[in-house]
Each structure stands twice: as C-alpha cells, then as structure tokens.
Design a protein around this ligand. Structure first.
Ligand SMILES: NC(=O)c1ccc[n+]([C@@H]2O[C@H](COP(=O)([O-])OP(=O)(O)OC[C@H]3O[C@@H](n4cnc5c(N)ncnc54)[C@H](OP(=O)(O)O)[C@@H]3O)[C@@H](O)[C@H]2O)c1
Length: 316
C-alpha cells in the first residue's frame, strides 16, 4: 500500500528532533540530486548533526556544505572527495568515517547515474556501473554495520537507504553474475536492482536491529542523465522531465524511509515510488528473492571484493 504524501509530510514535520542526540548521517552521492536533497532534509530534522557528503565534485561538495550550514547552523559537515567506481575508494570512505565516528544513524547511498555504455571494466576488474550501483554500496554498508549497530544499541535510528530501482528486479542469472554474456542497458539496470534488493534482504536477516531499504524514487528532476550524449539528453530528459517530480519532494519520501517513518525502523524493505512495498507472494519477487539466492549473491560479492582488492595490490 502506498503511503500518502500528506502522511509523509505530517510525520516528517512532527518528527521529534530530540529523539537522537548528535546524529551522524552519511550521504554517498550527496553532491547532487536525490542524495543532496535527502541530506538537506536530514539537516532540517536534526539537532547538532554531523553530516558526511561523498562525491567527486569539489564544487558541488562546497555548495552542499554551504547550504547545509544555512539550514542548520549547528551542523558539522564534511565533504569526502572519492571516485566510487573503485572499491578501494569505497573502503577509504568507510575507513575515514570509522576513524572519526563511533556511530552512524543514517547511511544514504545514491551514487551513480544512468550509464548507457557496454560492459566496462575498471582497473579492479569490476564493471563500472555495477561497482557504483552495487559492489561499492555493499562495501560501504558492510564496513559501517558496526557503527550502525552502535547507533541501534543506543536506541537511536540506524537505517540504510539505497536509492535505485526496487520493484524493477528480474530473476538473477547465476551462471552470469558478472554479466559477461548478456549486457544490455535494460538487463544491466534491472540486474543492478535485483542485486540491491537481494543484498538489502540478506543484510536485514543478518542484522535485525538495523533497517535496510532499497527504494525506487520514480522519475526525479536531477542530473541523472548527465552521462548521456547531448542529443539524447535533449530528447529523453527533456520529455521525461515534464512528468518528473522535484528532488525536494523525492527527498521528503527518502527521509521518511531513512529517518522518520516508524514502519521502517528495522527490517528489510523494498519500496516503490510511493513507498509501497514491492514484496509480494508472486513472481518475480517470489522467485528472485529466495534466501538461497541472497546467500549465493553474498558469496559472489565477497569474492568480487576480494578480487578487486587483489587487483589493487597488483596495480600499485
Ligand atoms: N533521477 C531519477 O529519475 C532516478 C530514477 C531512478 C533511479 N535513479 C537512481 O538514483 C540514484 C541517484 O540519482 P540522482 O537522480 O540523484 O542523480 P544525480 O543527480 O546525477 O546524482 C548522482 C550522485 O552520484 C554521484 N556519483 C556519480 N558517479 C560517481 C562516482 N564515480 N563516484 C562518486 N560519486 C559519484 C554524483 O556525485 P559527483 O558528480 O560529485 O561525483 C552525485 O552526487 C542513481 O543511482 C540513479 O540511477 C534516479
């Protein structure tokens, strides 16, 4: 069932800011679009927050830092400049936060854009799109789980939000987990959705005190088409933007999932555009989401991260 926008606004505006003391929020992909605006909502709804913004653009990082300080003069804001198509960089982000903080209340992951390119391996041997949309996100979550656990132990919110494409999954081809045989634009994007959903469900099984959510934001007016050639941006984005929602409205939905919505305080949730659950007893969910699939993908992911780490050693 969808959650009405009016309900989301009401719960957000009545959120008790004193519920959590000195909260820590991490916004990976927070230099633009959905992550940026979700960070603003977090700044507005909290007291003395520490906020991490992660992305590549220093200019955008500085702009977001300034805006957060205007929204909440007591906020401490850090910008971490990293290219997250590399696992080594994702690990570095997690290590910086682990060294500086003893808890994380909200971890929002929205790095990536619509990449329309053939399978492209990075120097670590991972496909660029999957490193950004899945393996890097998984790495940061896995490494920050102890800090999320600490937040949960203190009775505060402890929530992970991955913004991508819940509800648009397809059955996983376990003979081609790296998509070396079949890599179309559609198949790669739907498979990235499946991987995020399987990971969210597996993390939630393993860490029942923490909330793990994968959302589909709907169509949102952001920079998501930035990697498309100009003519495609003109046509696709131009037409689609007419029907898109604003990043501000989208962010109100995302912060409901990541902070204020009581029904998402723990557990694993796959949520559509209006925060309706996409978990059903029918295919494709009933087929792709099986626990054995979650476990097989988890093993594959660990192996891929290890391989990326080994390739980093060879590279350096
Ligand atoms: N907007 C939509 O309609 C829509 C619909 C469905 C799904 N999504 C998904 O939602 C997520 C967020 O999209 P958005 O609309 O907020 O897009 P956006 O405005 O383009 O923001 C993407 C963010 O990802 C960061 N990023 C991209 N590549 C990176 C890299 N290699 N290393 C580090 N950071 C990187 C960007 O930061 P820098 O540029 O500073 O690196 C930026 O902060 C994406 O995964 C997108 O595919 C969006």
């Amino acid at each position: 069932m969808s959650i009405p926008y009016a309900t989301i606004q009401k719960i957000n505006t009545s959120f008790n800011k004193d519920f959590v003391k000195n909260p820590v929020g991490v916004f990976v992909g927070g230099t633009s679009g959905i992550g940026e605006h979700t960070a603003y909502e977090f700044a507005k709804l909290t007291v003395n927050p520490t906020i991490y913004i992660v992305g590549r653009s220093e200019e955008s990082g500085a702009r977001v830092q300034d805006k957060i300080k205007k929204l909440n003069s007591n906020a401490t804001v850090h910008f971490l400049k990293h290219d997250l198509k590399y696992i080594e960089q994702a690990e570095r982000v997690a290590n910086i936060i682990r060294n500086k903080e003893d808890k994380v209340n909200v971890l929002s992951l929205s790095q990536g854009s619509l990449l329309n390119q053939p399978r492209t391996e990075t120097s670590e041997g991972l496909d660029e799109k999957f490193a950004l949309l899945y393996y890097g996100r998984w790495t940061i979550v896995k490494m920050l789980v102890p800090l999320l656990q600490k937040a949960a132990d203190q009775g505060g919110p402890a929530r992970v939000l991955s913004v991508l494409s819940a509800g648009n999954e397809r059955s996983v081809d376990f003979d081609d987990l790296e998509l070396k045989k079949n890599y179309t634009f559609l198949h790669s994007n739907l498979t990235a959705a499946s991987y995020n959903s399987l990971a969210v469900l597996r993390f939630a099984r393993k860490y029942p005190n923490i909330s793990f959510c994968h959302t589909f934001p709907g169509f949102v007016r952001t920079q998501v088409f930035r990697e498309f050639p100009l003519w495609q941006r003109f046509f696709v984005a131009g037409v689609a933007y007419l029907f898109a929602k604003s990043p501000e409205v989208c962010a109100e939905h995302q912060i409901y999932v990541a902070l204020t919505g009581p029904e998402f305080a723990t557990g694993g949730h796959l949520l559509g555009e209006n925060l309706q659950s996409t978990q059903t007893d029918k295919p494709p969910y009933s087929e792709f989401a099986l626990e054995e699939n979650q476990d097989k993908l988890w093993e594959h992911t660990e192996a891929m991260i290890n391989r990326a780490n080994e390739n980093d050693i060879i590279e350096s």
